[in-house]
Ligand binder design. Structure first.
Ligand SMILES: C[C@@](CO)(OP(=O)(O)O)[C@H](O)COP(=O)(O)OP(=O)(O)OC[C@H]1O[C@@H](n2ccc(N)nc2=O)[C@H](O)[C@@H]1O
Ligand SMILES: Nc1ncnc2c1ncn2[C@@H]1O[C@H](COP(=O)(O)OP(=O)(O)O)[C@@H](O)[C@H]1O
Length: 275
């Protein structure tokens, strides 16, 4: 049995530059990852199976088209192997801007590569990831990186490993496609250059305004985090999850207590950035 962590993805900044003829948008984004995530378990089996458990499993049981089973089918077709028994521990909220499905698909590809003796940097894995979704290549790489294109053109940058991070989701699922559809079409310029946190602080998330128009509670989450002494507060991706980064554990723990009071029903995860 191979067990692989599907780490949550954050967009420390997300600049939308233009609409593309293919229906996607040209992005400049800073991808970072945290220790907390879903769990993927794979093992050889006589027949294929897929099981889901964990706090957010119910949101997916109804979904027959899971990014995990699509990743496994693509691996079998392009590389070979199987059948496999695959299990998902679903601990990240679904459709929430932190790459839950994308991270699961990427972790499935990594786990199957290890099980089947395929090198983790085999280019066929990235080719499959690109077909599965815009964020899957970044999640497969799993390192702090600048993303361009749809999000699949990646350039490694120095991260801030160990930095405390508080993730908060108010319990509303937001459609990525709908948020992009509502983007106002205004190119507010590129990301700056320099150290990660400086670039992130000087940056923005251009999807925040359209996401807040769809789910105003996102604004309440941001307000609760903004008063918490954070080094950076922002919505991640197309939302609804927001995050705050802290210079020390005491500030992060105090913020967690403050947010618990502001939104007793909100999902929270106190974790750390990885490299
Ligand atoms: C917004 C971001 C930021 O990292 O993340 P999430 O909010 O999903 O976490 C990503 O760009 C989401 O990537 P991903 O979730 O893989 O999107 P996909 O499945 O490829 O596309 C879902 C839909 O989002 C829109 N989309 C996605 C990416 C992009 N660069 N432009 C777009 O317009 C398209 O309408 C597309 O049909
Ligand atoms: N294993 C999975 N975990 C989460 N979402 C999944 C999964 N498989 C398919 N999906 C679908 O993919 C979308 C979320 O994928 P993702 O790109 O990770 O978005 P987000 O970053 O908003 O979670 C949702 O529409 C969800 O229904």
């Amino acid at each position: 049995m191979i067990v692989e962590r599907a780490r949550a993805k954050l967009n420390l900044a997300l600049h939308v530059r233009a609409r593309r003829p293919d229906g996607y948008h040209e992005l400049e984004t800073l991808f970072a990852f945290v220790e907390h995530g879903d769990e993927i378990r794979v093992a050889r089996a006589d027949a294929p199976s897929f099981t889901i458990d964990g706090r957010f499993c119910k949101a997916l049981r109804a979904e027959d088209d899971n990014l995990i089973t699509r990743a496994a089918a693509a691996f079998a077709a392009d590389i070979g192997g199987g059948p496999w028994a695959i299990g998902l521990g679903k601990w990240l909220p679904v459709a929430s801007g932190i790459g839950g499905g994308s991270a699961d698909a990427a972790a499935t590809l990594r786990a199957l590569a290890e099980l089947e003796g395929v090198a983790p940097d085999d280019p066929r894995l990235f080719a499959i990831a690109e077909r599965l979704g815009s964020d899957v290549p970044a999640c497969l790489l799993g390192r702090t990186a600048l993303g361009r294109g749809r999000g699949e053109v990646l350039e490694l940058v120095a991260g801030a490993p160990g930095m405390p991070a508080l993730l908060v989701n108010p319990g509303v699922a937001v459609s990525t496609a709908e948020v992009f559809r509502r983007w106002d079409g205004v190119d507010r310029g590129p990301l700056g250059a320099g150290p990660l946190l400086d670039v992130a602080r000087a940056g923005r998330n251009d999807l925040a305004a359209p996401a807040i128009a769809i789910a105003p509670v996102i604004g309440e989450v941001l307000a609760a985090l903004e008063g918490s002494g954070a080094a950076l507060v922002r919505m991640s991706g197309s939302g609804a999850t927001c995050f705050a980064l802290y210079d020390d554990d005491a500030a992060a723990e105090a913020a967690d207590r403050r947010v618990r009071k502001a939104g007793p029903g909100w999902w929270r995860a106190l974790t750390r950035l990885t490299g």
